[in-house]
Each structure stands twice: as C-alpha cells, then as structure tokens.
Write a new protein. Structure first.
Length: 226
C-alpha cells in the first residue's frame, strides 16, 4: 500500500501541491484527474523522488520514502512512466526492455514473482513482432506499451503513470487499458494521472486535483472492493 500524508511541493517560491493526502491499496487503481497545470505530473514526480522541494510523508509498504533517491524508490518497487516516456529511441524494442532488468540479487530470475520478457510480450503481444525495431520507429501507442513493459522489467509493484492514454489511437488505448486491468488483477498497484475519463471504468478510486489541491475524492461505487 502507498500512503501519502500532507504532501506539499514547490518549484522555487511557487507552491504546486498543497497538503495532499490519499492512499493506494495493493492491487487497486487510483486515478488522479485534473486539467492542464493541476499538478498531476508534479505529484507523480514527488512520489518518485524527482522534485527537489517536497514536504510531507510518503510510505510504501510501510517504508518511509522521504529522503530516498529515485533509484532507491525504484529498487523498492516503484515504477514511473513519464508523459514523454523517455525511451531510448535509437535502441531496439528488445534492448529497451533488457536494459531495464535490475542486476541486484533481489530481482533474480529465481524469484517466483520475477517478471521477464515473455511476460511483457504476453501482456503486449504486438511488441513481439517489433523486437528488433528501433523505438523511434513506433507509434505513440506502441511506445507507450514499450514504456510500460520496460517499467515492468524493473520488477515494479507500484506503477506511477503519467497520462498513458494521451494522444493514442482508440484501438491501442483498449490494449493498454486491458493490460492495466490485468496488472491490477495480478496485484500491482496503479496510480494514474489522466485528463480525460478513459480509464475511469477500471478505477477503484478517482481523485480530482485542481490548482494543486485534492478537491474531492470520488469513490467509484460499482467497482469498490468489498
Ligand atoms: P499537464 O496535464 O499539462 O501535464 P499537470 O496537471 O501535470 O499538467 P504540472 O505539470 O504538475 O501539472 O504543473 C503544476 C504546476 O506547476 C503548474 O502551475 C505549472 O505551471 C507548474 N510547473 C510545472 N513544472 C514546473 C517547472 N519546471 N518550474 C516551475 N513551475 C512548474
């Protein structure tokens, strides 16, 4: 479970997040919805340790993340896919996936929960025919699948996704939504920023962010876990 308590973040003198508190239970999907400039990306970056000025508390599986560097949060199981995806465009799909494999003992293939190339291809079958293609030669939706796959190869158990369906063709949005639903079923926790309502039907909870303030907390009644 991820627990955020009284989180604030600044860019210099400008405050971008104000006293944010919420939780993401294991195996659940929480959406952060808000307009441009609401603070969605800032929130995800704050959780990943990528914002220089953050106050408050962030607990992941009981461990306090404050003061931990991004790579330490990654080792603890957090995986972040930024809006621009940050793929290695000159590397092939296979290289982009393999480069993400951690080399510490914790992630050895003998670990029963270890997620490998086969699992990623099972989740995104269309990547299989593109393994030797440079990432630069993929559509936006295909790149999003690759970015998700790469993050899964880090053995992430909590995904922080910044607008994963933005600017993607409806067909690929369906594939991505189906993959996210499967990951949730497999026990991964998902915190997803989005501007539209694309993933709302899959969500356990929808949080609204406006002007850096979590203005309301809407629980999806149909899909709330017992
Ligand atoms: P979008 O949907 O457009 O990505 P967002 O909800 O992700 O928007 P943020 O990018 O988190 O919003 O921005 C929140 C606030 O912080 C905005 O007022 C924005 O102008 C400001 N901001 C974002 N990045 C910086 C930066 N590098 N320096 C200063 N202010 C920033």
């Amino acid at each position: 479970m991820l627990e955020v308590r009284h989180l604030s973040a600044h860019y210099g003198q400008a405050q971008a997040l104000f006293d944010i508190s919420f939780q993401v239970a294991k195996g659940s999907m929480v959406l952060i919805q808000g307009l441009n400039g609401a603070g969605k990306s800032t929130l995800l970056k704050s959780l990943m340790g990528l914002m220089p000025q953050v106050q408050g508390e962030i607990f992941w599986q009981g461990e306090n993340l404050m003061g931990k560097a991004p790579h330490q949060r990654s080792h603890l199981g957090l995986g972040y896919v930024p809006e621009d995806r940050r793929l290695f465009s000159a590397l092939t799909v296979r290289q982009n996936l393999e480069i993400a494999v951690p080399h510490t003992g914790r992630h050895l293939a003998s670990n029963p929960a270890h997620l490998g190339l086969g699992d990623v291809l099972n989740l995104f079958p269309s990547l299989e025919g593109m393994l030797d293609r440079p990432a630069a030669q993929m559509s936006g939706g295909e790149q999003q699948m690759l970015a998700l796959g790469r993050t899964l190869m880090t053995q992430a158990r909590m995904l922080l996704l910044d607008e994963p369906c933005e600017g993607i063709s409806p067909l690929l949005v369906q594939s991505i939504a189906a993959a996210l639903a499967r990951l949730k079923q497999d026990g991964l926790s998902l915190l997803i920023a989005e501007q539209n309502q694309t993933l709302t039907p899959l969500a356990d909870q929808v949080l609204n962010l406006a002007g850096g303030v979590l203005s309301s907390q809407v629980v999806s009644p149909r899909l709330t876990r017992p």
